[in-house]
Design a protein around this ligand. Structure first.
Ligand SMILES: O=C(O)[C@H](O)COP(=O)(O)O
Length: 342
């Protein structure tokens, strides 16, 4: 976990009895959650203060605050989703990529970088229609082209015609050469962060093999164990548990801080990296995650509020959110789109 150090000279921390810690540094405000806080607070007592009501000077605190202070992503860049931010509610959309050329051929793909089929392209566009009324401030994808194609194609359908732009922070030159020099243009863009940690589970020696032929050769049970057990890896590959270690750590370190700061986030990734993340969001056991299957190109919506993730299901169409998909805030966002774009 990356640490951010706070000192009393740069910010303040306010203790909230059961909903975490509110942290203010300059214009950036963020709430740190009890469930993930590994905060070490050192206090120097001022006068006759007592915990909870009186004042303390914060000497030092460490917590997972990575990326929160990125100037491009700073909450001080007020946008059309301001009402969602004010309510401290954020939308999280998860999409498994559309069908790839190796899904079509029934080959184990894992970390092999295979593009979408025509059907996959259509699935991604369809997914985009379903989420076209849901705010997206930031996109995370894996480093693999099928997830990136899915994210970009889905965003072609969004009613708020912001431009998704891939961030290039791999080295200083890439960062400098891809800089945008207009505040207005930045406001009309959606940063897209590609991370290998969101890649599909590495399938080891199964990559490129036909799933049916592998089952015929090694036995149905063995192959099912490799594909769906929690902690048994395929030969020289990653188990779901190993995949979860890097995908969930990335989610907690890089994505959750964005949600905490009010950003609406879309993640385009893979069957197993998303199963790992859903296991974390829905607090599934290693037994329960075994039977979780994700279809290609079907978006799932979560609402992040007061430190909790609430699964809202899948918006079923651009005009229909599904009975429980929209919160009041999301409905207001959509109404605003209707008023300004129609
Ligand atoms: O990597 C693959 O082959 C698929 O994307 C996921 O395969 P699985 O359903 O066998 O885990």
């Amino acid at each position: 976990m990356a640490n951010a150090m706070l000192h009393q000279t740069v910010g303040t921390l306010q203790l909230l009895s059961n909903s975490g810690i509110h942290c203010q540094v300059g214009n950036n405000s963020v709430r740190l959650l009890p469930r993930d806080l590994k905060v070490e607070l050192g206090f120097s007592k001022r006068g006759s203060n007592s915990f909870g009501e009186k004042k303390f000077s914060v000497i030092q605190a460490s917590a997972s605050l990575t990326s929160v202070f990125d100037p491009v992503l700073s909450p001080s860049n007020k946008g059309p989703h301001e009402s969602l931010k004010k309510s401290n509610e954020a939308a999280l959309i998860l999409i498994r990529h559309g069908e790839s050329l190796w899904n079509e051929k029934n080959l184990f793909t894992g970390c092999v970088d295979v593009p979408l089929t025509k059907k996959g392209v259509e699935e991604a566009i369809e997914a985009g229609k379903r989420i076209s009324n849901i705010p997206v401030d930031m996109i995370f994808t894996s480093a693999l082209i099928r997830a990136q194609m899915t994210a970009m194609l889905a965003m072609t359908q969004h009613r708020r015609k912001k431009v998704p732009i891939i961030m290039h922070n791999e080295n200083e030159q890439a960062r400098l050469w891809s800089q945008i020099h207009s505040e207005d243009t930045i406001k009309q863009s959606i940063p897209v962060v590609a991370a290998w940690q969101l890649n599909e589970r590495m399938y080891g020696e199964l990559q490129g093999l036909n799933k049916q032929e592998t089952a015929d050769r090694f036995g149905k049970e063995k192959v099912h164990e490799w594909r769906r057990s929690y902690d048994i890896p395929p030969p020289n590959g990653e188990s779901l548990e190993m995949c979860a270690q890097r995908a969930v750590a990335y989610f907690k370190d890089e994505i959750e801080p964005q949600l905490i700061s009010g950003k609406n986030v879309m993640i385009a990734a893979h069957g197993n990296s998303l199963r790992s993340i859903i296991m974390y969001l829905d607090e599934l056991t290693s037994q329960e995650v075994i039977s979780l299957e994700l279809s290609t190109g079907i978006p799932m919506l979560y609402i992040f509020k007061e430190g909790k993730f609430m699964r809202r299901g899948s918006p079923i169409a651009p005009t229909e959110a599904g009975v429980y998909a929209y919160t009041r805030r999301l409905a207001q966002y959509r109404q605003k789109l209707d008023e300004t774009l129609n």
